[in-house]
Design a binder for this molecule. Structure first.
Ligand SMILES: [Zn+2]
Length: 115
């Protein structure tokens, strides 16, 4: 799956919008709020082990007991995504964060089907 840049600009504007993700199953647009994307460290370990090795450009940063994940220098986040049109369920993996001072990027990295 090709990474898609959804936003590139300042932080305030980034969180002021919803974004559209095309459902790979029915091709309808699913609305997504960037604030619903939470850090990947909160995914349960089994899920992490299944999905993370499939990501291109993944970097793991270990700090003490914690692990942080980045793709293309952006902190990795995820969101559960349900398509209201065909009922498909996904875990969306995103890069979201400050790329350069005051420059925020929101990028869709991958979409994994969960059913
Ligand atoms: Zn769908």
């Amino acid at each position: 799956m090709k990474k898609i840049t959804l936003f590139d600009g300042d932080q305030e504007e980034l969180f002021a919008h919803d974004y559209l993700i095309k459902c790979p199953n029915c091709h309808e647009n699913i609305q997504l709020k960037p604030s619903s994307c939470v850090t990947v460290s909160r995914l349960t370990d089994d899920t992490l082990i299944e999905f993370l090795p499939k990501l291109k450009g993944l970097k793991t940063i270990e700090m003490g007991d914690s692990k942080f994940y980045k793709v293309d220098d952006l902190p990795l986040r995820y969101s559960h995504i349900n398509c209201q049109y065909c009922d498909a369920k996904y875990i969306g993996i995103f890069g979201l964060g400050e790329y350069q001072p005051s420059r925020f990027i929101f990028k869709m990295v991958s979409l994994f089907s969960t059913v």
